[in-house]
Design a binder for this molecule. Structure first.
Ligand SMILES: Cc1cc2nc3c(=O)[nH]c(=O)nc-3n(C[C@H](O)[C@H](O)[C@H](O)COP(=O)(O)OP(=O)(O)OC[C@H]3O[C@@H](n4cnc5c(N)ncnc54)[C@H](O)[C@@H]3O)c2cc1C
Length: 328
């Protein structure tokens, strides 16, 4: 019988589950429910029984895959261990959260089964018993649908696309142990310091008003335009990733899949294209106003108010109008 296997990722030296894995688990459970098959999950590491029990508590059978060579993540060890587990458990679908780690090894694992990875999936529907996976092309301007004909299907799911949530009525599942055979000579990488995601010293998640700036601002010195707008509105200033990567604003002001997730009353996006990695961080905003000179920018798909035009004309005029309104 077919089943869905969700690969859970851990953080903080294997002591906690990655938040995006809980979303992948939600996606896996939903897919399994729609296909009428079982959902299982796997936690890899050197001491995984307690996290596996936590996962089983969410109503799925959880595999605890332990080995000294899994103490730290390496693509070689993860691929070898998961290949052996998949051969044992024989799932039809293997789901990952689309994290940096999964991007590193999931496609390589898929090729061991002669398959490809359907990466960065934002939507899954079941059409006459066949799952249809949606992923975006061309910075969100096109949606492509994928069906997998036969064999093991490997899929990674985008952050924010499948809300994590527990089913309170689900009975806890079993924990099964699996010890892979891993040869240290076959593990070619020496793990370095893990990538550090944005440090959260500014809490944008509770800000009611956010003005967010993207690469359309052009130069660092132009940021004063949006700073003045944010000040006039009494809003927090946020940014897309390129602005923070360039060091123009601190990392904690980044919104998106590798930054903060926000849900303000108003999100005013200035010169932001609306890549999926940005949208997942702000699409819960009550009202989105977007200013962009490209009428086809994907940000307009989630905008309540679309302002097509040059930000260098619109933003100063808007700031002036807000200040005039306040003064009157
Ligand atoms: C693993 C991974 C994680 C990522 N995480 C994040 C994340 O957390 N957050 C994030 O934001 N991105 C993230 N990204 C990057 C993301 O894919 C996009 O590259 C990024 O969001 C684009 O930023 P942008 O919209 O500012 O720039 P661009 O895509 O370059 O868009 C600039 C926009 O400005 C408009 N514009 C230009 N000039 C003007 C003008 N004068 N007036 C009005 N409009 C103008 C253009 O039409 C364009 O739409 C991630 C990418 C990867 C691969």
């Amino acid at each position: 019988m077919s089943s869905v296997l969700v690969v859970m990722e851990t953080v903080s030296n294997g002591s906690a589950l990655h938040r995006m894995s809980l979303e992948a688990l939600a996606a896996g459970r939903k897919l399994a429910a729609e296909l009428g098959c079982a959902c299982e999950a796997v936690v890899l590491g050197n001491n995984t029984s307690s996290l596996a029990a936590t996962v089983a508590g969410k109503g799925v059978t959880a595999w605890s895959v332990e080995h000294a060579q899994l103490e730290n993540y390496t693509a070689d060890a993860w691929c070898a261990a998961l290949q052996q587990l998949i051969e044992e458990a024989k799932p039809q679908f293997v789901l990952f959260a689309h994290t940096y780690q999964a991007r590193d090894y999931a496609a390589k694992l898929a090729t061991r089964f002669g398959e490809v990875l359907i990466g960065d999936v934002t939507h899954i529907r079941v059409d006459a018993g066949t799952p249809v996976f949606t992923r975006q092309w061309m910075q969100g301007k096109l949606n492509a649908e994928y069906r997998h004909p036969a064999g093991t299907c490997f899929v990674s799911v985008q952050a924010g696309s499948f809300p994590a949530g527990d089913d309170a009525s689900a009975a806890a599942g079993d924990v099964k142990s699996f010890t892979p055979m891993l040869d240290s000579a076959a593990i070619r990488t020496i793990p370095g310091k893990p990538f550090r995601e944005a440090v959260q010293t500014v809490d944008l998640s509770s800000a009611p008003l956010i003005v967010s700036v993207g690469r359309g601002i052009g130069e660092q010195e132009n940021l004063k335009l949006v700073e003045e707008l944010a000040a006039a509105l009494g809003a927090e200033l946020a940014a897309s990733r390129p602005i923070c990567d360039a060091g123009w604003l601190p990392m904690e002001r980044q919104v998106g899949s590798s930054g903060q997730t926000v849900a303000p009353r108003l999100y005013l996006a200035v010169g932001i294209s609306g890549a999926i990695q940005h949208l997942v961080g702000m699409k819960a905003a009550d009202t989105v106003i977007a200013i962009n000179k490209d009428p086809d920018a994907p940000i307009f798909d989630v905008a309540d108010v679309a302002v097509v035009g040059d930000l260098f004309e619109i933003v100063p005029a808007l700031t002036k109008a807000i200040l005039a309104q306040k003064a009157s």
